[in-house]
Design a protein. Structure first.
Length: 683
């Protein structure tokens, strides 16, 4: 192990903002108070907490990559329901901390009407399997039930409010034979003597094309997907309330066809005096409306402005909820990989009888960590020119979020996010149909930003990549104190787009008046380019170790699916204070630097560590020593499962040099003091 000495930054940290003509915050655009309640001393090894408005932030489970709403019940309050929320995956691939099933008790409303809940309370005992997406929690005549539905079972558990437990055994475990070929979402409708179980069932069992070679494309030579897209229909079956046994002989299809919605993953029953039907959701940002009348045609849900209502989540669970004083469950919450969003029924319908909803509002928690959504990719810079370093972050949704620091660099104060706009519209970059892992991944954007002065005009711009694998930029067309990003533009090499592996955050540095960008190229190898014009670079070659070999990021003999390569997050910084720019690298789960057969972190531990590549050459001629892996207080600090993203920063105590801010799958930002970091290497 090697103790890290003092370190100095050799490049300026930078950031970005919004303009005077940016729209006033709406229910789906949080508003921020001008002053923090207090600054904070960042704690090494812990997530960065919110301190604005008493720490109110979007509701999230600290150690989870996805927040799934299982259902609601009136437990702590008779006015508004509490939430049962589950998390999937966890830090260190475990279910420690606040993962699993949690109860979030209603606390009140914010000034702009957002629902506020308390910190999650762990429900430690429940009998269902880990796939909590197939669980619906609801209250019937004062008793709270947990329902679990699979292709072969309908199971029921009762919740005990005193012990906060669903128990360890089912009160009913009904065998289903030949009911369905799979379930992707369901809801329970209570009748006098029976309950109806409404569910989405896909029309195909295997939607991915069969391939012998994992490097083969999912698309043919014409760019057409070679698999079958899984549409889903809406189906219904009934159970007796007395014994929870099947009351009908089979399954009834409610939707007119088996193709009510593409890649359906959410279903919620909505019934009022004017509407009766089912909200359907999917991975792609779509809500649809299926009337309860058998065979009725499906329609989109619409927002108050007449546009199709946007689902802000991917991997969506949908749950009906009473979000108004009338206690009618005509509103609904969408949850999944990111925040929980509340959609309120306006009371109005279209000419065809489809309910109209207000745009989504994040569901809040009274105290917690700042939260940008899953797979956060932070960049630290003074975005609004007030002298305090802020955080800009991309996420899996493809959004770019701004966390204003209302404190100081030594004791920052962060709160809720603000959307960053490009060309006047909130940024949400998604690939759509043509995506590395196939169109079923189209709802993920994986925005990986780096905030730099790209065109050297003294203003902070954003250079980035997404799930498309090309490298782009957005110029600041505003001012240092009121930044405004223009449209996205592609960086070109010899007239073609600069391409590399997907989901790679590029490293950018200014050296002797010239700007350089480092990426992972199409061989998943570190590659350096020099900017010669705003939109054009020239090739400076693959970056090398002292022995002359190139530096790749993937491990050998992987049989993982397409898309496992890439995902690295790069950052130039003079970590050891010798005046030369090094590279800090956030790694994915399959990472092996510098070579597949012998590299870090794979050869000594599982992936998702942070690496330091020391430049033992010069800024004019990069040459790197064998990679070193950071240890936190002598131990690995694996964060998540898919990938992490490390940003060097001058937040907190910087007497020992720059610290690390690491974004991870759970969406939180973890802070690590320089003096708590040591390194280990293999060579």
């Amino acid at each position: 192990m090697q103790r890290l000495g003092y370190a100095l930054f050799a490049m300026a940290l930078i950031a970005c903002s919004s303009s005077d003509d940016e729209p006033t915050p709406t229910p789906d655009q949080p508003s921020q108070p001008d002053q923090p309640t207090q600054g904070l001393t960042l704690v090494s090894g812990e997530a960065v907490p919110g301190t604005i408005s008493g720490g109110m932030v979007p509701l999230n489970l600290t150690k989870c990559s996805a927040n799934a709403l299982l259902g609601v019940a009136y437990i702590s309050s008779t006015s508004y329901p509490d939430l049962f929320v589950s998390g999937t995956y966890g830090l260190n691939a475990s279910y420690g901390g606040k993962t699993g099933v949690n109860l979030c008790e209603f606390q009140g409303k914010s000034a702009d009407g957002r629902l506020i809940y308390g910190e999650p309370i762990a429900i430690t005992t429940h009998p269902w399997e880990w796939d909590d997406r197939m669980v619906r929690v609801m209250e019937i005549d004062g008793t709270v039930y947990g329902f679990f539905l699979s292709a072969t079972r309908f199971r029921v558990a009762a919740y005990d409010k005193a012990s906060r437990s669903f128990g360890s055994a089912w009160i009913s475990n009904e065998q289903l034979t030949g009911i369905t070929n799979g379930v992707t979402a369901f809801d329970v409708v209570v009748n006098k003597n029976t309950v109806d179980v409404l569910f989405l069932s896909p029309n195909v069992a295997n939607h991915k094309p069969t391939m012998d070679d994992v490097t083969e494309s999912y698309y043919d030579s014409m760019g057409i997907y070679r698999g079958m897209l899984p549409f889903a229909g809406v189906y219904k079956m009934s159970f007796n309330r007395s014994n929870w046994q099947l009351a009908t002989s089979g399954v009834e299809r409610v939707s007119a066809t088996e193709k009510a919605i593409l890649a359906g993953q959410g279903l919620a029953h909505i019934q009022t005096g004017t509407v009766d039907g089912y909200v359907l959701g999917n991975k792609f940002g779509t809500f649809k409306w299926q009337p309860a009348t058998k065979g009725a045609e499906v329609d989109y849900l619409y927002a108050t402005d007449g546009d199709v209502l946007v689902n802000n989540n991917v991997m969506s669970n949908i749950c009906p909820v009473a979000a108004d004083d009338d206690k009618v469950a005509d509103d609904f919450i969408s949850s999944g990989e990111g925040m929980l969003y509340l959609y309120r029924f306006t009371g109005n319908v279209t000419a065809d009888g489809t309910p109209i909803y207000a745009k989504g509002q994040p569901v809040m928690m009274a105290k917690g960590n700042i939260y940008p959504g899953s797979l956060s990719v932070p960049s630290v810079a003074d975005w609004d020119g007030d002298g305090a370093l802020d955080i800009l972050s991309g996420n899996s949704e493809g959004r770019l979020l701004f966390f204003k620091n209302r404190g100081t660099n030594a004791e920052p104060a962060f709160g809720d996010y603000e959307y960053v706009c490009s060309d006047g519209e909130p940024i949400c970059f998604r690939a759509g149909y043509y995506e590395v892992q196939g169109p079923l991944e189209a709802g993920w954007g994986y925005l990986c930003p780096n905030v730099v002065d790209w065109n050297q005009d003294g203003l902070l711009d954003v250079v980035f990549s997404t799930n498309e694998g090309k490298f782009e930029y957005m110029l600041n067309e505003g001012t240092a104190t009121e930044p405004r990003l223009g449209r996205r533009r592609v960086i070109q090499l010899d007239g073609l787009e600069l391409y590399g592996v997907w989901r790679c955050r590029p490293a950018v540095a200014e050296i002797n008046g010239r700007t350089y960008i480092a990426i992972m190229d199409d061989e998943d190898a570190l590659h350096l380019y020099e900017k010669r014009a705003e939109n054009a670079v020239i090739d400076k070659g693959q970056m090398r170790l002292t022995n002359g070999r190139n530096i790749t990021g993937y491990r050998a003999n992987t049989n993982e699916s397409l898309g496992e390569r890439g995902r690295e997050k790069l950052e130039f910084v003079d970590w050891d204070g010798d005046g030369d720019l090094d590279l800090v690298v956030g790694t994915p789960g399959q990472s092996s630097f510098p070579a597949p057969e012998l590299g870090l972190p794979w050869s000594r531990s599982a992936g998702l560590q942070v690496l330091w590549l020391e430049n033992v050459g010069s800024n004019e001629a990069f040459q790197f020593a064998y990679p070193k892996q950071f240890l936190f207080r002598g131990k690995d600090f694996r964060l998540g499962w898919h990938a992490n993203s490390a940003a060097a920063c001058m937040l907190g105590d910087t007497s020992n040099g720059p610290n690390l801010l690491v974004g991870c799958e759970s969406g939180n930002f973890y802070f690590f003091h320089n003096y708590d970091l040591t390194t280990v290497t293999l060579w």
